[in-house]
Design a protein around this ligand. Sequence first.
Ligand SMILES: [Zn+2]
Ligand SMILES: [Zn+2]
Length: 194
Amino acid sequence: MSEVNLKCACGTVKGKTLAVSSRIGTRITCCCDDCQVFAQFLGQEGKVLDQYGGTDIFQIPVSFLTITEGKSEIACVRLSPKGMHRWYAKCCNTPIGNTFGAGGPFIGVIHSFMDKSEMSEVDLGKSRGHILTKFAKTPVPENLKGSSLSINFRVVAKILSWKLKGLNKPSEFFNNNAEPICEPQILDKKAQNS
Ligand SMILES: [Zn+2]
Ligand SMILES: [Zn+2]
């Protein structure tokens, strides 16, 4: 179990997690088109996406994450009015992570916000695999694909147990009135694609 130090590319936004491990969190590589659009929106495809268009994400309870510096630089975008809240550091367009609304107990922390210089000591575990591979840019080899059934089961079970434990609070991203800390920009993905 180790804390993970978090920081944006320019170092303005910093934070950390509570001690986590591969047992607590779920590490997956999401190939969905929304994660790809988020990276494109930030102009960070080269840094964030792997060769298949996948985003390496570590899902933990949102209350496990604290921001220690630069919170005013955090911004939020949603790809549709009901889409996930996608948080990033606007100082340097580093993606931070994805959450549901205020009641949602999890954040999918994006690898780009993790301090790589210390990652070797941290046990996030191996990725459980690439998911939503039908959206991948190039075909994902079978041995990299995660079993969607077992991953879905694990993700849903984790989210339910975190919700029961009340781990949606405290949150760095929503205040006590369940409002986001900054007004999310809503992107209309369909309009963008046409
Ligand atoms: Zn920054
Ligand atoms: Zn995704």
